[in-house]
Design a protein around this ligand. Structure first.
Ligand code: BT5
Length: 277
């Protein structure tokens, strides 16, 4: 059923991914040594977890043309139409303590923002903890699922969804006002294989920095791309609504907010919404 698609030139909109074009180049890297490719899957993070439990090595990539149950955080959905975007999950087995797991999300946001910046002149912004925005709209999201025991991280599934050749007109109403795709910013379609190769290399570089030098070396890179520094924010923490001014991140990746009610607060988990004054 995919015969016609398979005949399209790689890189043309709607053509299947040609992983053979990039795999050789990634063979020596920590990440991207092996790809598991699916035309459709429930969620690449779910498949990554299944492979991790079977003992797959660090750097294994699961990538799908579409997801039938793409996941965001807190049970939310990731809209995953076929053959236009990237949906991938990378299996990591970092030598980090469980409390350091959030650093993986922040490290990945730096890498993903660097990749995006290589394709468009308009600077991407990181929205804590896991969104990449352009023009204030969501271009990409990161979902990390970790498995830990009390002392160490067993594995992390680092999931990334990024809108590349996804025209606004095709987006469902639920996300059309708040989402964006690189094709709209670049004014032309993006060759997915080139984006993917660059992304894996940027992730490989940033992950190496995190493991070898530590989060102190990632934090300033993150801070430089933090779109909300000094801005008024509302943080929905589920059981509490915090209003104040975003400052940046703490040494462990927690969001720092100067609360209107006084005091500097650390946010470990929550949704950050910019507030118009
Ligand atoms: C995220 O969650 O932003 C994490 C998204 C991670 C998706 C990747 S795809 C590969 C891997 N496999 C998976 O199953 N997931 C990962 P969150 O911050 O909770 O944001 C979810 C919200 O973003 C939704 O409730 C929508 O409002 C919005 N959204 C959904 N699909 C979108 C899309 N394609 N583009 C922009 N926004 C979207």
């Amino acid at each position: 059923m995919f015969d016609d698609r398979d005949k399209r030139e790689p890189g043309t909109p709607g053509a299947p991914l040609r992983l053979d074009l990039i795999q050789g180049e990634l063979a020596s890297a920590r990440l991207g040594g092996k790809f598991h490719y699916f035309q459709e899957i429930d969620s690449t993070n779910n498949q990554g977890r299944r492979l991790a439990l079977q003992g797959a090595p660090e750097g294994t990539v699961v990538i799908a043309e579409q997801q039938s149950a793409g996941r965001g955080r807190l049970g939310r959905n990731w809209v995953s139409p076929p053959y236009s975007n990237l949906y991938l999950s990378i299996l990591l087995r970092p030598t980090l303590a469980p409390a350091q797991a959030p650093q993986i999300t922040l490290m990945a946001a730096v890498a993903l923002a660097d990749t995006v910046a290589a394709f468009v002149a308009e600077p991407p912004a990181i929205k804590w903890p896991n969104d990449i925005l352009i023009r204030g709209k969501k271009l990409a999201g990161i979902l990390t699922d970790s498995s830990c025991d009390s002392e160490r991280i067993e594995f992390v599934i680092l999931g990334i969804g990024v809108n590349l050749n996804y025209p606004r007109a095709q987006m469902p109403e639920t996300i059309r006002q708040r989402a964006i795709s690189l094709i709209e910013v670049a004014g032309k379609s993006v060759v997915r294989e080139i984006f993917l190769r660059r992304l894996i290399k940027d992730l490989d570089r940033c992950y190496g920095i995190l493991l070898e030098t530590g989060f102190d070396a990632i934090a300033p890179l993150w801070q430089a791309r933090f779109g909300l520094a000094g801005k008024r924010v509302r943080v929905d923490m589920g059981d509490e609504l915090l209003i104040g001014t975003a400052v940046g991140i703490d040494c462990d990746g927690a969001l720092l907010v100067e609360a209107d009610r006084g005091g500097r607060r650390r946010v470990i988990a929550g949704d950050v919404i910019p507030v118009e004054d």
